[in-house]
Design a protein around this ligand. Structure first.
Ligand code: IFM
Length: 473
């Protein structure tokens, strides 16, 4: 087989309808910089990244891609690539910097011209409200492990809807609540760096509740026609041995924790009973108050799917220990009420994150979702890969990333052929950026950023993606 299979761009484009949405995604803390500008307050990621030992190389988001000052140039790049959608997130601490909860004009003053610039360039803004940069003052009062944060999240959603609602095409409430809850509160490798399984499960619930409060606040402000979504990184789980009852039971338990803990309240209107039973030794779920789940269960106009890889799991034998991998994201789920389960590395091509390239998992996830929720359109809000790029004669010939995109877009087309109602796709990420606890050591961009000069360089993968988009429209 070819080392880097890459589809012909026109052939691939022909598999999508002409109104398919083609975009790229970023997040505020990962690209903006301008950490002390416009009255921005401190976020949990400022605190975490400035704490020695938390982020590789001591990197912080203080400057990042300096998008705060260079957004015009970045919009010009999006335009050059022919993107019709840009998924960005708002930094909550730019709007509510301090514990008095007052609204800072600097938030609107930064995002309004940016959103206007996108509109003028013919690019629809898909705006995420929470991509992990919680104001530190809210964390100091309990963060997502407590009830104040979801209530405040609803207030913030109402505020930004009133300030920016005329410019936003689609709202997305929370990004990957799995990551916030489990990596931030359960496993300690993301901000706020807590390692407390009970707090992680409380955070799961409060993120679900915050989602519902925010979605309702947006509609209260902008009317029922406001388009609302959330982005879930559902785990594509596979049993190491499909014939093993114990491995299939391990998949069931992880599916409850990783996936149904979110789709349950958000899309089905209830927490799964097996999740409550499996975690009874960690928490009694008394943080779920009457009416919370009804609040979280709000009509969505579309569901965002973030997909990178698959996870293969097996049940550990008596007395057998899980392999310790302190930075491995896929192992995190084995630290919150998942005793006796291990994640098994699979043979095959991996990205610079060590994540298996497995496009079939994307197809399966989309087909499965569309069968369970036939009336809910899907948008891939994140998909992409980190590789150790090289600049050769002024360009980045990232065939590995191009191939990743080609294989995954083909998987999206396969899912559509199988009946999945997938309406759009956002590459992660538009720019190389701050990859959380990996700092600037992992490059996910389709556009290279030279962090010393802030020069942008369009990579080969972006050129190929632009050809697909052009051939589709
Ligand atoms: O960079 C992150 C992004 O912020 C959320 N989803 C996964 C990406 C790659 O790790």
């Amino acid at each position: 087989m070819e080392r880097y299979p890459i589809a012909d761009s026109a052939d691939l484009a022909a598999r999508f309808p002409s109104d398919f949405r083609w975009g790229a995604a970023t997040a505020s803390y990962q690209i903006e910089g301008g950490a002390r500008e416009g009255g921005r307050g401190v976020s949990i990621w400022d605190t975490f990244s400035h704490t020695p030992g938390r982020v590789l190389g001591g990197d912080t988001g203080d400057v990042a891609c300096d998008h705060y000052h260079r957004w015009r140039e970045d919009i010009a790049i999006m335009r050059e690539l022919g993107l019709d959608t840009y998924r960005l997130s708002l930094a909550w601490p730019r709007f509510q910097p301090t514990a008095d909860g007052g609204w800072n004009r600097g938030g609107t003053d930064f995002y309004r011209p940016l959103l206007e610039g996108l509109r003028e360039a013919g690019i629809s803004p898909l705006v995420t409200l929470y991509h992990w940069d919680l104001p530190q003052w809210l964390e100091d009062r309990g963060g997502w492990a407590g009830r104040e944060t979801p209530q405040r999240f609803g207030d913030y959603a109402a505020h930004v809807a009133a300030e920016l609602g005329d410019l936003v095409d689609t709202w997305s409430t929370v990004n990957e609540p799995w990551t916030s809850a489990y990596l931030g509160y359960g496993f300690g490798v993301h901000a706020p760096g807590r390692s407390d399984p009970a707090a992680a499960l409380a955070a799961v619930h409060h993120l679900n509740l915050g989602h519902g409060l925010a979605a309702r606040a947006i509609r209260a402000e902008l009317g029922d026609s406001a388009k609302v979504s959330a982005a879930l990184n559902l785990m594509a789980l596979r049993p190491a041995d499909p014939d093993s009852d114990a491995d299939r039971e391990a998949v069931r338990r992880l599916d409850a924790l990783d996936n149904r803990a979110f789709t349950g309240p958000m899309l089905d209107g209830a927490y799964p009973e097996d999740l409550i039973a499996d975690t009874a030794h960690v928490t009694d779920w008394s943080f779920v108050h009457d009416g919370d789940v009804d609040t979280a269960h709000v009509r969505l106009d579309l569901l965002g799917v973030n997909y990178y890889t698959t996870t293969t799991v097996r049940a550990l034998g008596e007395g057998e220990a899980a392999i310790d991998d302190p930075r491995g994201q896929d192992m995190a789920q084995c630290r919150v009420a998942t005793e006796g389960i291990d994640c098994v590395p699979q043979a095959g091509e991996v990205t610079a994150m060590g994540w298996l390239v497995d496009p079939a998992g994307l197809r399966d996830t989309l087909v499965d979702l569309s069968r369970r929720y036939p009336d809910l359109p899907l948008v891939i809000m994140e998909n992409g890969a980190a590789y150790d790029d090289e600049v050769v004669d002024g360009s980045v010939p990232d065939l590995d990333r191009t191939s990743y995109y080609s294989q995954h877009l083909s998987a999206v087309a396969d899912a559509r052929d199988a009946g999945a109602d997938v309406r759009g796709y956002c590459a992660w990420s538009l720019l190389d950026n701050f990859e959380w606890s990996w700092g600037y050591h992992k490059r996910f961009g389709i556009v290279r950023v030279d962090y010393a000069t802030q020069e942008r360089l369009i990579k080969g993968s972006a050129r190929w993606y632009a050809e697909v988009i052009a051939a589709c429209h």
